[in-house]
Design a binder for this molecule. Structure first.
Ligand SMILES: Cc1cc2nc3c(=O)[nH]c(=O)nc-3n(C[C@H](O)[C@H](O)[C@H](O)COP(=O)(O)OP(=O)(O)OC[C@H]3O[C@@H](n4cnc5c(N)ncnc54)[C@H](O)[C@@H]3O)c2cc1C
Length: 478
């Protein structure tokens, strides 16, 4: 394996931490070992003398992982990363801030520690892509050309698509949203505001008001699809610990709690364990009256009609209605889309359900029309993903396939659709729902059933994942 030390000098938080130390830190538990084992792509680590100017756009999880894998796989890497952010957020930790488990500054990392000196770091943003001319324009006006491009811009929140809501309303009038952050500035208000919200909800319950709390899930693809329910169960458990409850309404645009049957059934059981919890399926938040505390949902449903003897099936009728719900507290998950720079470029899908997202192949992650362009992370217009877990699996595949493209060889590595949803069903247990294009895909060979809530996953998520992210994933070591 051709591994380079990608980070010099190291800061006090990571000082002197070698891969062996990092593994020791995790105690090489069976879980960590199996998770590690599940990620190796041997080709990506083979040294290659291929040459070409690689530009990576985005300095979040995907951009840094792609950079690290490419750098350790090329003997003469020529890599430029365009990343405006000095601060790098460990975004999954926003949930633990919301739940009062992490202190806010625990999720802040520094890109300086991830981007080594031999990688050119442009602290700017891409304003426009011009893939027909292998070039792009920076916000500062400079034009930059490339031989190979990796798009790692992540996605964009669309709070403004909810009529009546502005970002400034979050943290006021009983409104919260764990997602709220500014990746360029490195701020993560959503975590802190939601922790205050948990406590305000508990206070209202203590005062004997039986408050009504609504939790939304929009009808667009979202990053970390489990986050809406994580906030639901953690806040309910936070009250339950003190013998308190509320009216907890999960208003989701989906028709089920989870796409995997076993996990869906387990989540129904979880909901039964919380007094006052119910779900409104196919309810999509469309507008809100912040002052009056009324949320309006678009509700789609089908009704069965007469038996049709010709087609030998019942007729069905589609219905749509607007439903108003009053609330005391509401946790809003914003609609999300690809970032404007990608939407507005010819790199995006021009039509279909993935319109606006990066048009890459589901397996090779190579752009379907621009063969010198690859995608990683949330921006990819593929059926599964939008998690850090998927991004970690993308990274060695993108590196290996990009190098194959540089060498004029066939692209051999294939993404299997792996994604992971660590569903926090209470303070102390997580359902680690791992799956891919074919169905459940547990990383732990002796735990095939991914629907079982386990306390060991809670400990793993709280204590081990962040150091693994910081010391291993960001260095391309897993
Ligand atoms: C609350 C929350 C909880 C989560 N929980 C989990 C979890 O438990 N497990 C899990 O696996 N994942 C989780 N995730 C998802 C995970 O954080 C993302 O899937 C992952 O960060 C995706 O990596 P990315 O590189 O695609 O995007 P990001 O990490 O978001 O990075 C994108 C970067 O691109 C930059 N950028 C955007 N536009 C431009 C431009 N034009 N030019 C240059 N740079 C640009 C942005 O500033 C940003 O720094 C969670 C996310 C959130 C918000």
């Amino acid at each position: 394996m051709n591994l380079k030390n990608p980070i010099e000098p190291l800061t006090e938080k990571t000082d002197g931490l070698s891969r062996r130390d990092a593994l020791k830190l995790m105690g090489i538990s069976p879980i960590a070992a199996s998770v590690l084992a599940g990620t190796s792509v041997t080709e990506a680590k083979a040294s290659s003398d291929a040459k070409g100017k690689i530009v990576i756009v985005g300095g979040g999880a995907g951009g840094i992982m792609a950079m690290a894998h490419l750098r350790s796989s090329l003997s003469n890497p020529d890599i430029t990363i365009i990343a405006p952010n000095e601060t790098h957020l460990y975004q999954p930790g926003q949930i633990f801030i919301a739940a009062g488990v992490y202190e806010p500054d625990e999720i802040e990392m520094s890109n300086k520690n991830f981007i080594p000196d031999d990688v050119k770091w442009i602290k700017d943003e891409v304003k426009a892509f011009d893939p027909d001319n292998n070039s792009l324009t920076l916000r500062g006006g400079e034009e930059l050309s490339y031989d190979y491009l990796v798009v790692a811009t992540g996605l964009q929140y669309r709070y403004e698509w909810i009529e009546g809501l502005t970002k400034e309303d979050i943290g006021t009038h009983g409104i919260s949203s764990v997602y709220l952050n500014d990746l360029e500035k490195g701020t993560h208000e959503g975590g802190e505001l939601t922790w205050e919200w948990f406590n305000a909800l508990k206070q209202a319950a203590k005062e004997g008001k039986k408050p009504r709390a609504i939790y939304t899930h929009p009808n667009t693809p979202i990053k970390c699809g489990g986050a809406p329910q994580k906030i639901l169960y953690l806040s309910a458990d936070y009250l339950k610990k003190d013998g308190l409850s509320a009216e907890f309404i999960f208003a989701t645009s989906n028709a089920s709690l989870f796409s995997l049957k076993n996990v869906d059934e387990e989540l129904h059981r979880t909901q039964k364990g919380y007094e006052g919890m119910s779900t409104k399926f196919q309810h999509n938040l469309i507008s809100i009256d912040v002052q009056k505390k009324i949320a309006t949902f678009g509700h789609f449903y089908q009704e069965q009609g007469e038996w049709d003897p010709d087609f030998e099936m019942y007729e069905t009728f589609d219905h749509y209605e607007k439903v108003d719900m009053e609330y005391d507290f509401i946790h809003i998950v914003p609609p999300m889309s690809a970032v404007d720079t990608v939407v507005d470029s010819s790199l995006s899908w021009q039509k279909g359900t993935a319109k606006g997202w990066l048009e890459v192949d589901n397996e090779t992650l190579q752009h379907r029309r621009y063969k010198n362009v690859f995608g990683i992370g949330d921006i990819c217009g593929i059926p599964m993903g939008k998690t850090g877990g998927s991004t970690r699996h993308h990274a060695p595949i993108v590196a290996a396939n990009l190098i194959s493209a540089m060498e004029g060889k066939e692209l051999k590595e294939k993404f299997d659709g792996y994604t992971v949803c660590p569903l926090k069903v209470n303070y102390g247990e997580i359902i680690m729902a791992e799956f891919n294009y074919d169905g459940p895909a547990s990383s732990v060979p002796f735990w095939k059933d991914v629907s079982v809530p386990r306390s060991v996953w809670w400990a793993f998520d709280v204590y081990m994942l962040k150091p693994m992210y910081q010391h291993l994933m960001m260095r391309g070591w897993m």
